[in-house]
Write a protein that binds this ligand. Structure first.
Ligand SMILES: [Zn+2]
Length: 459
C-alpha cells in the first residue's frame, strides 16, 4: 500500500470524496484533453466509411506504424533488415505473413530494444496488463494511443445513447472504500468524470439495501463493471426482493466474457439488456456491439488477423497489429483469445467491420477430457442454469474437474440434476460439484471462469 493509499484510508468520508474528485480531475485533464475531442469526432466519421476506404486507411496506418518502428526500434530494425523488408514498400496486407506471431513473453524479453526512445517521457504513460499466468507486462503507451482507445470506447457508448454527460455507477476493482468500513456509504463520488464508484468488496446480503437506496436516490442511469459483479448485485437484489424504483437505461460490461446465466440475472433484476465490447490494454484489437446487437471488429483501430485454429472449425485465433502506439509497436501480437466468426456478415447498421458471433474467451479456457480431447466454450453448460450466482471450473493436476457453484436461494435438486445431466452428456471426465458461498476473485477483481492445473497432455 502506498503512502497516499494509507492516508486516504484514514480520511473522513467527505474528504475521501474530495480526494477521489481531485484524482478524477487529474485523469480527466489528461484523458479528455482538447485533442481527445478532435480525435473522437474523426473516429465517429471513420465509423461509417466504406469497406474500400477502410482498407486504404488501414494500409496507410499500418505502413506508418511499421516505418516508425523501423526508424526508432532496434528490435524491429534488425527484424525487418533480416527479412529484407522495407516498410515504405508495404503494398499488401499479405506481406505481414512473413513476420512471426508475437507473444507476450517475447515482448517481455526484448522490451528494452523494442521501445521507441525518441518520444519524450512526459508524452508516454505506463500500461500494465494483468496476465492470466500472473506474468504481467508493463509497456509504454503514447497519449495519442490513449486518446484513440478512449475515443473508440466512447464511440461505442454513443452508438447506444450514452454521452459524456451520462452519470455512471461503476463497479470496479479499486479499493475505493476501505475494507474496515462497516457502515454505508460503500461508494464515493467522482464529479469530474461523472462517476459514482461502488465498492464490490462490501456488496453482500446485509449491505444490499443501502446500495439499492443509493441508486434510487441518485437515479443514476448507467451501470458499468465486470459481469460477475453486476450479476452478483442483481442476484442479491432478487434474493432480497428489492427493486429499483426507476428504469436503468444502460448496463455495459467489460473485462470478462458475459455468460448466459449472468444475462438472465441482470435482465431479471433490472429489465435491461447488457451491452458489451471487447478491448485489451494492448492496443491490438477492439470489438464493439452495435445498435443491432452485433459485435463488429473496429477495423480502423488496428489490423486484426483471424487465423483458423484448424481446417474444420469456424474458430479463429485473434492476432492484432497496433496502429496508434508509436512508443511500442505490437506486430502480429497474439491476444490468446479465440473468436467465432458470424456466418452472416451483413448488418443493418451498415458498418463494414467483420462480425463476430462470439468471443470464446481465453485460449486457456479449456479442460482436457479422459481421451485427451480439449473442450472449450464451457459456459454453455450453464445455459439453462438460472439459479446459479457464480460458477468456476477447475481442472486439478490429476485431471479431475471440480465445478464450484455459488447457488442462489432458488436453486433446487432439479437444477443440480440438470447440471449433472448436462455435464455427463457432454464431457467424459471425472468430476465433482462443490457448493461454495462465493468464488474468490483475482487481484483485479475478475472472476476466472476456467482454471487448469492439469499436468496431462492434450491430443
Ligand atoms: Zn451492426
Amino acid at each position: 500500500m502506498s503512502l497516499q493509499e494509507k492516508l486516504y484510508k484514514h480520511l473522513p468520508i467527505f474528504l475521501q470524496n474530495v480526494a477521489c474528485s481531485i484524482k478524477g480531475q487529474k485523469i480527466a485533464k489528461r484523458r479528455y484533453a482538447p485533442e481527445f475531442f478532435k480525435m473522437f469526432e474523426s473516429l465517429r466519421y471513420r465509423d461509417r466509411i466504406t469497406k474500400k476506404e477502410m482498407e486504404q486507411l488501414q494500409l496507410k496506418r499500418l505502413r506508418k506504424s511499421l516505418e516508425t518502428a523501423y526508424e526508432n526500434s532496434t528490435y524491429y530494425r534488425n527484424l525487418f533488415d533480416s527479412l529484407r523488408f522495407s516498410p515504405q514498400n508495404l503494398e499488401d496486407f499479405s506481406q505481414l505473413a512473413m513476420f512471426p506471431i508475437l507473444s507476450k513473453q517475447t515482448i517481455q524479453e526484448n522490451l528494452s530494444s523494442m521501445i521507441n526512445r525518441s518520444i519524450p517521457q512526459n508524452e508516454v504513460t505506463e500500461a500494465t496488463t494483468s496476465g492470466t499466468t500472473g506474468a504481467g507486462l508493463v509497456f509504454p503507451i503514447t497519449l495519442e494511443c490513449e486518446w484513440e482507445t478512449w475515443s473508440i470506447w466512447w464511440r461505442y457508448r454513443y452508438a447506444h445513447g450514452i454521452t459524456f454527460d451520462t452519470w455512471c455507477a461503476v463497479f470496479g476493482a479499486r479499493n475505493i472504500v476501505p475494507l474496515g468500513q462497516k457502515k454505508p456509504p460503500f461508494w464515493r463520488t467522482v464529479s469530474p468524470t461523472k462517476q459514482i464508484m461502488f465498492s464490490m468488496h462490501h456488496l453482500n446480503k446485509n449491505s444490499i439495501t443501502s446500495y439499492v437506496d443509493a441508486f434510487n436516490k441518485s437515479k443514476i442511469p448507467w451501470i458499468h463493471g465486470h459481469p460477475s459483479t453486476i450479476s452478483n448485485f442483481a442476484s442479491l437484489m432478487l434474493e432480497s426482493g428489492l427493486k429499483l424504483d426507476y428504469q436503468i437505461e444502460h448496463i455495459s460490461i467489460g473485462s470478462e466474457n458475459l455468460l448466459e446465466h449472468q444475462i438472465y440475472l441482470i435482465n431479471e433484476a433490472f429489465g435491461t439488456q447488457p451491452i458489451q465490447h471487447y478491448g485489451l490494454t494492448e492496443p491490438v484489437a477492439n470489438i464493439s456491439m452495435c445498435e443491432h446487437g452485433k459485435l463488429h471488429i473496429d477495423e480502423d483501430y488496428s489490423y486484426v488477423e483471424l487465423l483458423p485454429i484448424d481446417n474444420n472449425s469456424d474458430k479463429y485465433r485473434l492476432i492484432g497489429t497496433s496502429f496508434s502506439n508509436d512508443a511500442l509497436l505490437f506486430l502480429r501480437y497474439d491476444t490468446n483469445d479465440i473468436i467465432t466468426l458470424a456466418e452472416e456478415q451483413q448488418c443493418p447498421c451498415g458498418r463494414s467491420g467483420r462480425i463476430i458471433e462470439s468471443i470464446e474467451g481465453r485460449k486457456d479456457d479449456y479442460i482436457i477430457m479422459r481421451d485427451g480431447t480439449k473442450i472449450g466454450r464451457l459456459s454453455t453448460l450453464f445455459r439453462e442454469q438460472m439459479h446459479i450466482k457464480e460458477a468456476q471450473i477447475r481442472q486439478e493436476k490429476d485431471g479431475k474437474v471440480v465445478f464450484y457453484i455459488a447457488k442462489s436461494e432458488y436453486y433446487t435438486d432439479e437444477d443440480e440434476n440438470n447440471l449433472i445431466k448436462e455435464i455427463e452428456a457432454r464431457l467424459d471426465i471425472d468430476y465433482e460439484i462443490v457448493h461454495v458461498d462465493n468464488i474468490p476473485k483475482t487481484k483485479g477483481g475478475k472472476l476466472k471462469f476456467v482454471i487448469s492445473d492439469y499436468e496431462g497432455k492434450e491430443k
